[in-house]
Design a protein around this ligand. Structure first.
Ligand code: G
Ligand code: G
Ligand code: NA
Length: 254
């Protein structure tokens, strides 16, 4: 652990916040939604990304409370901005999805904020399927999906046994990890492009929406578009920002 902290006090002081990154249609470049990304605005260490403080949250056993705070911030943001922002994707952890009341909790918060379930996309990695509570996590995802919440499988292709999980999980979207996207520029060795093509083919063949992360160049966007990837996010389109940056008129879902 890089620094000592009091995450609990930081939470009360409002130092945990969300930044929002646009997801765009690769065909039209229109904004279709956003992903909420957790940040710790620390008075001494500045703005920190989750990889820098994840250990602190585990050590201080505050992960679940932070996640509840994340959901509240995300739903407040959705309520504030309404229809013009499309769907908001929020990263969920295993702990948050475990237990018999997990789905009810999320649906209650949606109802409390008056946000329709279809405005929320729950992002999970396939790692949740390796959790001891995988059975209840799967039941939670199914209940959320049945209620109209979108489910996205994050970092696809970087874990184990992806195909088995893909068949079991109620997944609407597959997100191609940015490590793959980084490899399909002009200097592609052939291997990465083949993997990306296969992931898009698999996703589309199963009727999923495929999202590419970490798009930084027009060349990457062009290739992904050619391969049939529908949605993208990355610095080419917009960095995560603490406020909504106006990206033009509201658009309809694809
Ligand atoms: O923006 P970026 O550096 O923040 O994200 C780094 C990692 O942190 C990503 O893998 C992302 O999935 C994860 N992350 C982003 N937001 C959240 C969140 O609200 N909760 C958790 N647990 N992880 C998050
Ligand atoms: O949840 P996930 O693992 O998808 O987190 C997305 C991460 O990728 C965040 O850390 C976010 O800040 C980062 N990110 C978003 N767009 C880009 C990009 O175009 N390039 C790079 N290198 N990172 C990005
Ligand atoms: Na994510």
């Amino acid at each position: 652990i890089e620094f000592t902290s009091d995450a609990d006090a930081a939470l009360l002081r409002g130092e945990f916040c969300l930044h929002y990154q646009p997801l765009v249609s690769l065909c039209t470049s229109q904004v279709e939604g956003y992903e909420a990304l957790l940040r710790w605005n620390h008075p001494d260490h500045g703005l920190m990304r989750p990889d820098r403080f994840a250990e602190v949250l585990v050590a201080e056993k505050i992960g679940l409370r932070i996640q509840e705070h994340v959901l509240e911030l995300a739903l407040s943001w959705l309520r504030e901005h309404g229809d013009r922002v499309g769907m908001l994707s929020v990263n969920f952890t295993s702990a948050q999805l475990s237990g018999p009341r997990a789905a009810r909790r999320v649906l209650d918060r949606l109802a409390h904020h008056g946000v329709p379930p279809s405005s929320l996309c729950v992002e999970v990695t396939e790692g949740v399927m390796l959790d001891r509570a995988a059975d209840t996590i799967l039941a939670t995802l199914r209940a959320l999906h049945a209620a109209g919440v979108c489910i996205a499988l994050d970092d696809f292709g970087t874990g184990f046994a992806s195909l088995v999980h893909l068949r079991q999980m109620p997944v609407d979207r597959i997100k191609i990890d940015r490590s793959f996207v980084a490899g399909i520029d002009e200097h592609d060795d052939g291997g990465t492009l083949a993997i990306v093509r296969a992931i898009i083919g698999l996703g589309r063949g199963l009727g999923k929406v495929v999202v590419a992360e970490g798009i930084e160049t027009e060349a990457q966007a062009h290739r992904l578009r050619q391969l049939g990837c529908q949605l993208g996010q990355g610095y080419l389109y917009g960095r995560p920002q603490p406020e909504l940056v106006d990206a033009g008129p509201p658009e309809m879902a694809a």
